[in-house]
Every structure is written in structure tokens, then in C-alpha cells.
Design a binder for this molecule. Structure first.
Ligand code: ZN
Length: 98
């Protein structure tokens, strides 16, 4: 049995990227195919990509927070490309668990 672990800010960032990056790709691909083919059905791809992107953003907004005080480690609504070294509110060092 695996021990259930709370999603830490690094895990949340990974999951957020995992959802949002393919989401952006799908939106671009769907938009391109839509324009190129003129078929409205491709909007389903755009919608799926948008849903993934939003899911990734929500995971990031909820999960990328200081492990000590819970302050967001980003400037809303933008998510960080790299995790900051310290929490902007309490100054806690944000480090990967060993
Ligand atoms: Zn903090």
C-alpha cells in the first residue's frame, strides 16, 4: 500500500504543467485545423484543450502555495515557470523534500 501524501507545491506544479501544456497544444492544433479545414467540428478539440488548460490552472492556483503559511507562490493569475526560492509572505525556504 502506498502512503497517501498531500500534494506538495512541486507535485502541484508538475501536475499543472502536465495538464496545461498539452491543453495549449490542443487549442493551437484545433484552432489551426479549424481554420485550415473550415470544419466547425474541430472546435471540440479547442474546447478539450481549453478544459485541460483551465484544469491545469486550477490545480496550480490551489496547489502551488507555501507549505508553511499557504500563501500563493505566484502572481495571480500567472503561474510560475520556476518555483521561487522563498515564500513571498513568510520567507520560508521552498525546497524539494529529500
Ligand atoms: Zn509562507
Amino acid at each position: 500500500m502506498k502512503k497517501q501524501r498531500k500534494l506538495d507545491c512541486f507535485g502541484a506544479k508538475r501536475l499543472s504543467d502536465l495538464l496545461a501544456l498539452p491543453g495549449v497544444g490542443l487549442v493551437l492544433l484545433g484552432g489551426y485545423l479549424w481554420q485550415w479545414s473550415g470544419k466547425g467540428g474541430w472546435i471540440a478539440l479547442v474546447a478539450a484543450g481549453t478544459a485541460l488548460l483551465i484544469a491545469g490552472l486550477i490545480v496550480g492556483w490551489l496547489g502551488i502555495v507555501c507549505p508553511r503559511c499557504g500563501a500563493p507562490l505566484y502572481q495571480f493569475p500567472r503561474l510560475p515557470r520556476r518555483m521561487p526560492a522563498h515564500c513571498p509572505r513568510c520567507g520560508e525556504a521552498v525546497q524539494k523534500e529529500q
